[in-house]
Design a protein around this ligand. Sequence first.
Ligand SMILES: Nc1ncnc2c1ncn2[C@@H]1O[C@H](COP(=O)(O)OP(=O)(O)OP(=O)(O)O)[C@@H](O)[C@H]1O
Ligand SMILES: [Zn+2]
Length: 828
Amino acid sequence: MPKISDKKPASISRSASGSRSGESAGTARRAAGVACAFVSVIVDIASRALTEPFTYAVDDAAVNEIEIGSTVLVEFGRRLAVGYVIAIAEQPQGLPDGGAVEGRSVKTIRSVLARRSFSAISADIARWMAREYVASTSECLRLFLPPGRSARLSRAADGTYVLEQPRVSEVCDRWVSLTERGRRFEPPARASRQRQLIQALSCGPVTTRELAALYTSMSATVRALERRGLVSVEQRRVWRGCDQETTLSSASGLAPETLTGAQVAALKAIGRAVSAGRGDVVLIDGVTGSGKTEVYLSAIEPVLEAGRSACVLVPEISLTAQTVGRFRSRFGATVAVFHSRLSAGERLDQWDRVRDGTARVVVGARSALFCPFSDLGIIIIDEEHEQSYKQGSNPRYHAREVAAAMAARYGCALVLGSATPSAESLMRCREKGYANRSWLRVTMPDRPGFAQLPNITIADLRREFRSGGRSIFSRPLAAALERVAERGEKAVLLHNRRGFAPFLMCRECGCVPTCRHCSTALTYHERTHTLECHTCSTVYRIRAYPDQNARCPRCNSPYLAKMGLGTQQVEDALHALLPCDVEIIRMDADSTRGRDGHKRLLERFDAARCSVLLGTQMIAKGLDFPEVTLAGVINADYALKMPDFRARERAFDLLEQVAGRAGRGENPGEVIIQTYLPDDPVIRAVAAHDRSIFSEHDLRVRAEALYPPFVRLVNIVCQGREEKSVRACADLVANALRRAISEESCGEPGHVPADTTHTLSPDPMSGPIVVGPASCVIERAHDRFRFHIVIKCPLGYHISRIIAATLSRIGSRSGISVTVDVDAYDLM
Ligand SMILES: Nc1ncnc2c1ncn2[C@@H]1O[C@H](COP(=O)(O)OP(=O)(O)OP(=O)(O)O)[C@@H](O)[C@H]1O
Ligand SMILES: [Zn+2]
């Protein structure tokens, strides 16, 4: 590892804040052959306060190496640090944030650590993200760096800084081939090794790895013939992560003969947004199975023909072989794929393929947004309502918002698709715009061809219970499952396990074992006899009734019994109900472990003649199997009962999505939803295929209680081991915020920063409201107490700036962490 001595501290002048970084300055400098240059550097030190760049000089040695996007080593205060170049100019005054800096007081960068890995546009987006999400600019920029290759400094015991080697590297194969002379070469009769080698190469180049597998120890022979100029050895990059074959019948992306009228209309709207080049947004509000994926595929074609690239985001959960297969079969090797199951090396290789332009269609989860695109023509977000587009750790960005900011900067179109669009997106479309960009909604109300939306039956579990039904399956659902078995069709069955996860409860004293480190109830895993904490992953061994060793941890009673309903139990009930030639496939976190677990289960479901796919949320999304004629929901109620203002929207999305799996082919589909709450507006809306029954009710509630989409919501969580000091810190933060907000409104009434003005409906409030602090719903996690403050804030008000300034004024408290979540989704 290279060691770098820690020279005496250097004072580095700090530049004022700026906005745009121009690539043209660097290009001009090189064209003019100017040797001396200055750069704006974002220093990579974990601190929310470090959002602005610092100015450094570049000496002659480095001047030809340095570009926007380079990683450099710099002195920063008393230490060394890694930094990222976001702008270059001949004079400090020429830097977007320069001017205030005197040339001679500026430090010179130590060295260039890595070549360009992001563009000026990316740097601009990272700075926007840092401002918007109260994050440090370096943590936002790091999203754009090559996976596993970013430079890191660590401090050794003797005080020197050590540059850590990147964790991931490229892999090359060595290819051996015959040269012109080699082809004419006749090895001597006794040289059997040489003969073998020449023969192996006679049909074309072979890798040394293959040679080693075929013949042990061929390397000496290769070397010998190479020296004589008879064979040549060439390094070629291996592209990992490009070979995910699947046998799924529906993973083909063959274009249909004709597009539906709605598809044509949607494509026209997208075409207009692409050619407008302003970052306009098109929301495709299309029922399940209406052919949205086909619209995405057709919209990408002209973009590729124009030489530009496309980025397609899908929720992690639906990054299945089926979705990926459709894109690969339409666009071939130009597709790069990003999902969490890729190895670090595969990620790097996919990233490099995007950078060198071999891959121009990227399909991936939210982080795919940060690929090194050169000329982005379209960004597509499928299932745009999905909560997984919001990042749960710093920087807590929402992919939809980042994509919109990107689309504006790239001058490309943003396409959002969903059968259940988010309240936020629907509102922006009603207002016809947001943040100076046009938002247009197009609907696709029908399925193509003869496919119809399925018929929906609500099975009232109260009535079922009153008339003596005690089975997991109500009579209508049991009968429907039996019909599927008789006809040799397929069914999907949702068992929404969250909230129904089995837990243990003492029948005598009512004790429910909770985690020692967190305030969460523990999930019981029957097969391993363990209780597991889903917050901190602690595992406790335990025995449950009727095991003889079962004991309640509080009262020692043997009646520590299992409650709730596990997926395995539903699986057992299905086996009991259906004939044994019906294949039952269970898909949950346990059965999909491993890299291809998910894909293999779907392939089995696909290949079976008659089968039932039973699973958690993961079966609800995006699956397209035309033979599915029944979709069932074991219990719809959990989703409705969560203490969260978005719970009802999420419940509606989930039910609508599951229902959408049935009847996508020629045979009509049927949906049966079991519930104790048949009169709930969510259930009635799903049953009637009429979103407005639920959304009118839901929006009224949210408008009255001041919740999104009518306001923006920021959740600030303080955590620490000592309850009292955490509480005190939260009080301090809340009061400081209240003061800052009231000062702000006195100074300049109605002040709205220029880049966030838009035309949404009149604000229901005149200024931000700070609520709390209060204990979080999860009061304790990982042995740390949790308090939160919620800010409700009018749309268009730039609250992030005030939060950042307030927190940096307060400074950090030892042992207490403060996290800021702007546009929070998880308020627990
Ligand atoms: N114009 C068309 N003519 C005939 N079939 C089509 C057409 N467009 C799409 N399809 C077929 O209809 C089915 C549903 O399409 P697709 O999966 O694109 O729908 P979707 O709107 O993305 O659905 P979901 O929201 O449920 O994921 C697919 O099997 C697809 O091949
Ligand atoms: Zn725990």
